[in-house]
Design a protein around this ligand. Structure first.
Ligand code: AMP
Length: 394
């Protein structure tokens, strides 16, 4: 048995989970939040018990110190060399990585070179790696990329129809994201049906949302694009729109491209259409009170998802299983039912509304045995995928 630490470093946060591998038992989990603030928070959860401190955390290195001290203080480890390896989530692996790799200086350089393609993520992911490398220099690190699972797509699925010289000069490809989640869902979906060689449509629907088409365990298409702005409509992001809207908004609002880009990323989606909130629960409440824009936002959201499922059904030449996951997909039975209502007659889905209504956040088959295409709810687990890859690589 080996202890594997899984880390997800954000710009002002550091999430962690310590696993015992290969049993996949979670020994503890937690987060350092508001890093660089005087009133930062460090929280660790052990056996359902949470310990929380409010204190200044000057940078990610300080957060790593707090973490390793807490592991010792709570007797989870006696010494640091009990940690066999550290697995890092890295959002953008670009054209370089189609699987997890040992995270060393050459990988760090590549991750750095990709910051332009994922400015909000790759920088902080790298900061996390450097902090661990400095404080625990003898423990090996592994990088798991959100984009890696999608590298199996064919060229016509990842090249955009812009001048090809620009595509290759700037590496402007459809990289797709949430890859670790889509891969996990496809594996768990195959386990649930007890079959291999399946055609699966995986729907990761949270505040960020994406859909993938998976054939025999390999991704053949995915909705997000060069950045996580593309694909289906999300909490605050547009998803795919006519690109000329960008041109019009710049002109009509007399705003520069950065300001309009911010509108597309932060002020659109459920929030922009409803005018209420980016949170699906708030939009639901407003809808229940008859708010017309909330009703429209939800109709748009459902329609975009149904359209992508239809597209991928054709792309795969049929489907054995559609999986719903992430914040909205796992928790909202009405959301799942609304999507299925749009597609059930074309796809001959025999949906069990009663089971759906009573299912939340636990792996459940939501269709009757006679269904041509099955539908399941599967809670995603990106951390355990990182732990598995890290354990395998060391
Ligand atoms: P995630 O990004 O996967 O953490 O998902 C976050 C989103 O899940 C939130 O913005 C909520 O809109 C949504 N969510 C969580 N619980 C529910 C629920 N019971 N009903 C509808 N949406 C939910």
């Amino acid at each position: 048995m080996k202890k594997i630490l899984v880390v997800n470093a954000g710009s002002s946060s550091l999430k962690f989970k310590l696993y015992l591998m290969p049993s996949e038992e979670v020994l503890c989990s937690g987060i350092a939040e508001r890093i660089m603030h005087e009133d930062a928070i460090f929280q660790i959860k052990i056996n359902q018990q949470s310990y929380k401190e409010v204190l200044p955390i000057s940078d990610h290195k300080k957060a790593v110190h707090l973490l390793v001290d807490a592991l010792k203080k709570h007797n989870i480890i006696q010494s640091f060399d009990e940690i066999a390896a550290i697995g890092h989530r890295v959002v953008q692996g670009g054209k370089y990585y189609n699987k997890s790799v040992i995270f060393d200086e050459s990988v760090a350089e590549k991750v750095h070179s990709l910051i332009d393609l994922a400015p909000l993520h790759n920088g902080p992911n790298l900061t996390g790696y450097r902090a661990f490398k400095e404080i625990l220099p003898n423990i090996p690190n592994v990088a798991t990329f959100d984009t890696a699972f999608h590298r199996s797509m064919a060229e016509e699925d990842f090249v955009f129809p812009i001048p090809y010289e620009l595509t290759t000069k700037y590496d402007l490809y459809r990289y797709g994201f949430h890859g670790t989640s889509h891969e996990y869902l496809a594996i768990e979906g195959a386990k649930l049906l007890g079959q291999e060689n399946l055609k699966i449509i995986t729907c990761h629907i949270g505040s960020g949302a994406s859909i993938s088409a998976v054939k025999n365990g390999k991704c053949v298409a995915t909705s997000m694009g060069l950045t996580p702005l593309g694909g289906i409509m999300m909490g605050t992001r547009t998803g795919d729109i006519d690109p000329s809207i960008v041109y019009f908004l710049c002109h009509k609002l007399n705003k520069d491209i950065q300001e309009v880009y911010d509108i597309l990323n932060k002020k659109s989606g459920l929030l922009g259409v409803s005018g209420v909130s980016n949170d699906a629960r708030d939009v639901d409440k407003a809808k229940a009170k008859g708010n017309e824009r909330a009703i429209l936002a939800q109709r748009l959201f459902i329609r975009r998802i149904a359209d992508y499922i239809g597209q991928y059904f054709v792309r795969l030449g049929g489907a054995d299983l559609i999986i719903f996951s992430a914040g909205i997909g796992e928790n909202s039975h009405s959301f799942r039912q609304n999507v299925i209502k749009e597609i059930s007659s074309a796809l001959e889905i025999d949906f069990n509304e009663e089971i759906n209504k009573n299912s939340r956040a636990i792996t459940t088959l939501l269709t009757n045995p006679s269904s041509k295409v099955h539908v399941a709810l599967i809670p995603t687990d990106e951390e355990v995928m990182i732990a598995r890859d890290t354990f395998r690589l060391i």
